[in-house]
Write a protein that binds this ligand. Sequence first.
Ligand SMILES: NC(=O)c1ccc[n+]([C@@H]2O[C@H](COP(=O)([O-])OP(=O)(O)OC[C@H]3O[C@@H](n4cnc5c(N)ncnc54)[C@H](O)[C@@H]3O)[C@@H](O)[C@H]2O)c1
Ligand SMILES: [Zn+2]
Length: 664
Amino acid sequence: MSIERINELRDILRRLSREYYELDAPSVSDQEYDRYMQELIELENQYPEAYDPESPTQKVGGKVLEGFNKVAHKEVMLSLGNAYNFEDLQAFDERVRNEVGNVEYVVECKIDGLAMSLIYDEGKLQMAVTRGDGTVGEDVTNNVLTIRSIPRTIDFKGPMELRGEVYMPKASFEHLNAIRRERGEDEFANPRNAAAGSIRQLDSRIAASRKLDAFWYTYVNAENDGMTTHEQCLERFAQLGFHCNEERRVCKTIQDAWDYIQEMTEKRNDLAFDIDGMVLKVNSLADQRRLGATIKTPKWAIAYKFPAEEVITKLHDIMITVGRTGKITPNAVLEPVRVAGTSVSAATLHNEDMINAKDVRVNDFVVIRKAGDIIPEVVRALPERREADSKPYVFPTICPICGSKLIRFEDEANHYCINQDCPARVVESIIHFASRDAMDIDTLGDKKVEFLHNHGWLNTVEDIYKLKNHREDLLQCEGYKEKSVDKLLNAIEDSKQNPLEDLIFGLGIRQVGKKAAKILAQQFQTMDKLMLAEKETLTKIHDIGEITADAILAFFAEEKNQQLIEALKHEGLRMDSDQIEKVESYFTNKTVVLTGSLERMTRDEAKDLLEKYGANVSGSVSKKTDLVIYGENAGSKLQKALQLNIETMDEVSFISEVNRYETT
Ligand SMILES: NC(=O)c1ccc[n+]([C@@H]2O[C@H](COP(=O)([O-])OP(=O)(O)OC[C@H]3O[C@@H](n4cnc5c(N)ncnc54)[C@H](O)[C@@H]3O)[C@@H](O)[C@H]2O)c1
Ligand SMILES: [Zn+2]
């Protein structure tokens, strides 16, 4: 049970990390992410046999993006351990003192940006590299050079590496989003994502337009330059012309540090940049060295994370929105209030049960919580402040957009509008089709889809590909300049070449997420074959259950959907896959774990081969594992496989097994 939970948590955290680090588009709050991480850490401590070097608890950051040169860090770039309250800090302080005795801490702001390494030599900036996975980062020198506050040349001749945080000042962020709003483009969730997205642009003119800044706080090999404390390093940076955050304090005790954190909690919203916590660092560099680091975090520093913020405001009304699947979501219309640095005037109420459970009524005072960037939430009502005009909310029985009767399925908390032609659903399905994980049509975001729909130019998904016939009309609209219109139309044309998996996902078939779309594309290779698939064939596929199979069959059985696909074919959309076709083999449908170092191929090559032959490659050995393939110096995973009586295979046997299929 718990092993399953461990695997589940690892999957969740990997998905969230990808969204956060690679797509710069998180779907949950940092607090929520941290809660999953905390749960996983505790479970892994309880079940040491589930140890896996690939676990998110052992990993820093995300993957390196394609398109940039990869650079290995001379010294790894680590993450930071987390504290959420005074007790956590006291425990940290105790560990430090047990190790090195009395210490001083420098307490500084935890800047919500992205970590960066700068390398100077002979007084010149040579390279700027992102943290990446901590070992290898991306060379983003051209983009970093657009940050004016970073000196190109410094008065220091030797080689020097410093690290810090690139961030987007709040003012630049507000300005950027205002422009994007005007153009009907999707807004950035928060300054961190905006900064990370800007630095990882292949076109440095975009980065230049984003008005980024940076603070520097780590001096690699500072002791070679005669430094003895962290505070000295910061002073040295400032002297050389780098921006260092003045908002910091040297504290003699953990209580002093806590007092300063309290002060900053009050002050944080008034700063010109976003901070998501405070960082405590042992001041003495010699002590830092003695304390050392774990695989992921230094032992001489810790990050205190601010809790999610809550405020009270009045709820004026409850409004309903209709999603792509017809799902009905009630939203609170609020008296605008500042929380976590931004003005909030709407918050989600999830569904009818939630409204009832929280007893939220129109005209009530309510508590709102906003965790950083994510959609704010109504936490509870304040019945003690209820006035005469407070009214219990009656959940609608018909769709506010199309008037169809709403349905609530058994065992489901949500209501649905099941009218396929409901305009709200149409708009949402077009937004989904164009979204990043689907057809990835640049600049065709929510606002623009709504706008084009309201003008009558987008009534179905296929209309996207007919927009080019409205080029002249578009140019007449305010905010639609030639350049942006052509950019949109080109992105639409380009999307025709996307592989089948993007299209399948974009169609928005119920139950079919990104992963299932990929599996289907791999299995069937073409849309035609997928459309002809029978239930038996579908359910035989690993990861496709009965419910998903039924949803797929129902989707393609509908004449409207068949017509849509016909129309998309007619528009010239690609209908086949990039995924390699799977071959029936000894490995088909087996869960396989690779361990140790392989001699004839890389881990990734072995994984690709196994996937081609129908295996499911997994990171950790459990009862569900069918086979462990091992190379040189295989360690705990192989041992565990033997303990659990799981079949094992060495590299040579693996290759000869594979060769049987390669030749036939
Ligand atoms: N919402 C999500 O889906 C999601 C997904 C992945 C990660 N996250 C967030 O990211 C965190 C993990 O990211 P992380 O590994 O970058 O750790 P982190 O952000 O918790 O802390 C480490 C980083 O803090 C930064 N930092 C800022 N100011 C600093 C200072 N003064 N001194 C030292 N470092 C400073 C550095 O870049 C450093 O790498 C999670 O705790 C979570 O909050 C969220
Ligand atoms: Zn409707």
